[in-house]
Design a protein around this ligand. Structure first.
Ligand code: AMP
Ligand code: TRP
Length: 332
């Protein structure tokens, strides 16, 4: 049985891309693996959220995991900052990670923008903390969206660097699991940009907490083009907005993009939009309703997170002790 680790930041605006690219896949994988699903609040600190928002968003992400179908009894759901070994291991890894590796990270380049000197150390070191999250538990499989592929490769490189430096075979190299359908859900306003929590326009994304009317409105306003839908995905090249809507429909219906193109061949976008709205409502509204009820009782949610943190801490502390012995800390 493999071990899974994955996480989402507590930055608010959790959206359809997070659901289709990550959470939904975790739900489907959970019974065949031992699972650690983390709310990576220390990563979200790189956006300097207000403390009250961060607390609220942390619980919101936890509620989303459970409402989407992660079973907190069999999977470990916990908050990253509750297990200090993540930060400790990140420091140890930072002493083994060449700056050249970090300079290649496209997400850092995108987020730091033109004024790289003004970017914070945390944003630069972000992938090192992510490597610590994954490797601390000797994870074998990391289900994520396409945008995390490069960070996963770095985690493998760091595992190798540690093993080589200390002449051990301690860390297992984790494999990414990036599914083909909906690995990269695009903005509803611009088919060349990823759907993201930080896009200033709410119309660019479907929030997991949107109500049915809002979902319908956002899909109605979603950008398309004036052509009809072609019968094959290949013939849709150069039409990113159209492909994105077809891809979302495919993911929600468990069909391939080819099947969906065939199904809608020759149709106007209004027909696709009507059916897509129905599918989105059928999938997301039950999740939203469950989230609302879980968030009404934050004490019970916190109790679940506490139990998760205890389970994660037990393995983390055990492995951290071994790691410290390997690197020469005097462990008492
Ligand atoms: P984040 O919102 O950056 O914390 O991302 C959490 C998870 O959602 C990661 O596995 C991402 O790869 C995934 N994800 C985020 N945005 C998208 C997107 N637009 N399409 C597919 N997966 C995504
Ligand atoms: N960096 C990931 C993201 O933004 C979140 C994350 C942090 C993560 N640690 C992780 C994902 C460990 C998978 C495994 O999407």
């Amino acid at each position: 049985m493999g071990r899974i680790f994955s996480g989402i930041q507590s930055t608010g605006n959790i959206h359809l891309g997070n659901y289709l690219g990550a959470i939904r896949n975790w739900v489907n994988l959970q019974n065949a693996h031992e699972n650690f699903f983390c709310i990576v609040d220390l990563h979200s600190l790189t956006t300097l959220p207000a403390p009250g928002d961060m607390r609220r968003w942390t619980r919101e992400v936890a509620a989303a995991y459970i409402a989407a179908g992660i079973d907190p009894d069999t999977s470990t759901i916990f908050v990253q900052s509750a297990v200090p070994a993540h930060s400790e291991l990140a420091w140890i890894f930072s002493c083994l990670t060449p700056l050249g590796w970090l300079n290649r990270m496209t997400q850092f380049k995108e987020k730091a923008g033109k004024h790289r000197d003004n970017a914070y150390l945390g944003l630069y070191a972000y992938p090192v903390l992510m490597a610590a999250d994954i490797l601390l538990y000797k994870t074998t499989l990391v289900p994520v969206g396409e945008d995390q592929k490069q960070h996963l490769e770095l985690a493998r490189d760091i595992a190798g660097a540690f093993n080589r430096q200390y002449g051990v075979d301690y860390f297992t190299l984790p494999d990414p699991l990036i599914l083909k359908v909906a690995a990269r859900v695009m903005s509803l306003r611009d088919g060349t940009a990823k759907m993201s929590k930080s896009d200033p326009s709410d119309y660019s994304r479907i929030h997991i907490m949107d109500d049915a009317d809002t979902i319908a409105l956002k899909i109605r306003k979603a950008k398309t083009d004036s052509g009809a839908i072609a019968g094959a995905a290949q013939e849709m090249e150069g039409r990113p907005e159209a492909l994105n809507l077809l891809g979302i429909y495919a993911a929600l219906s468990d069909l391939s993009l080819e099947d969906v193109c065939r199904q809608f061949e020759g149709a106007e976008f209004s027909a696709l939009k009507t059916q897509l709205t129905e599918k989105l409502i059928a999938v997301l509204i039950p999740i939203r309703d469950k989230m609302v009820s879980l968030l009404k009782d934050p004490d019970s949610l916190d109790a679940l997170l506490n139990k998760g943190a205890e389970r994660a801490s037990a393995l983390a502390a055990h492995n951290m002790r071994e790691i410290k012995e390997i690197i020469g800390c005097v462990t008492l």
